[in-house]
Design a protein around this ligand. Structure first.
Ligand SMILES: [Zn+2]
Length: 270
């Protein structure tokens, strides 16, 4: 890999397209004990029913099983709330403090750990579990998930009153978590599609941390940075779909090691 130091120096000399963007995926949260959603175990819910993540995490499934999906959502929220940001999350905060407005953090994660660590400039391209919106899209409104609803164990149902709090305030239909499901498309309003593509265009460097490139927008972001002359560093323990898609590009570099080690090396040269 070209010396990290010389890449950073080159970017620092640029007057434009000199942002530095980090793109994070599930790999950065695994050290906090959060299993990947697509893990081989799949989704186990109450009653020992078992689903493939790709069929459970869909709008189609939600339409038939809203209560079950909300119950599972509050179980996941509980798991996230019991986890803590790890050293890599914290390192990114310190890097943001040094790079200031040149720093961007684009995350596929919905676990809120970057924000809890203290990161400010975060774009959540797969949504988050703090918000909900009308499942019938009766308005563009996004609502805070009511804090009165207690987080749930894997086998614990929502009460009648809690379910009432999850009705759309405007039309009384079900609300849904404000996340991107497998059968849905990215957009600007909820997932910052245009904003993040613009950020990628203006990035002299995009660093992939713990994402395997299995979803569409992350690949488009990397493609965009490369198209406008920026560098890409794929930080991963092993080759993945990003490697497969971009390995022949001139400005694509692989770093095979842990996220934390990379961030330590990175911080030493900025
Ligand atoms: Zn509504």
């Amino acid at each position: 890999m070209k010396e990290l130091k010389s890449i950073i120096e080159e970017i620092n000399k640029k007057k434009t397209k000199n942002n530095i963007t980090f793109l994070t995926g599930a790999g950065i949260s695994s050290a906090s004990g959060i299993p990947t959603y697509r893990g081989s175990d799949g989704i186990w819910i109450k009653g020992t029913k078992h689903y493939k993540p790709e069929s459970f995490g869909t709008f189609e499934h939600f339409c038939k099983n809203a209560d079950q999906v909300w119950q599972y959502t509050f179980f996941r929220k509980k798991m996230f709330s019991e986890a803590f940001p790890n050293e890599s999350h914290i390192k990114l905060v310190s890097i943001e403090n040094q790079l200031k407005n040149k720093f961007n953090l684009i995350t596929q994660n919905i676990d809120n750990l970057h924000q809890r660590a203290g990161s400010k400039n975060v774009y959540e391209i797969h949504g988050n579990l703090r918000e909900m919106r009308c499942s019938k899209e009766c308005s563009k409104e996004v609502y805070k998930i009511p804090s009165e609803i207690t987080l749930k164990e894997i086998d614990e149902d929502l009460s009648y009153d809690e379910k009432e709090l999850l009705k759309c305030p405007k039309c009384n239909e079900d609300t849904r978590p404000n996340i991107l499901w497998f059968d849905e498309y990215y957009n600007e309003r909820n997932f910052k599609l245009d904003t993040t593509l613009k950020i990628a265009k203006n990035s002299g460097l995009i660093v992939i941390l713990g994402s395997s490139g299995a979803t569409n927008l992350p690949n488009r972001l990397v493609e965009q940075t490369i198209k406008y002359g920026g560098y890409v560093i794929d930080v991963n323990l092993e080759d993945n779909l990003f490697t497969k898609n971009f390995k022949d590009k001139k400005h694509f570099y692989k770093y095979r090691g842990t996220i934390l080690n990379f961030l330590k090396e990175f911080e030493a040269v900025i």
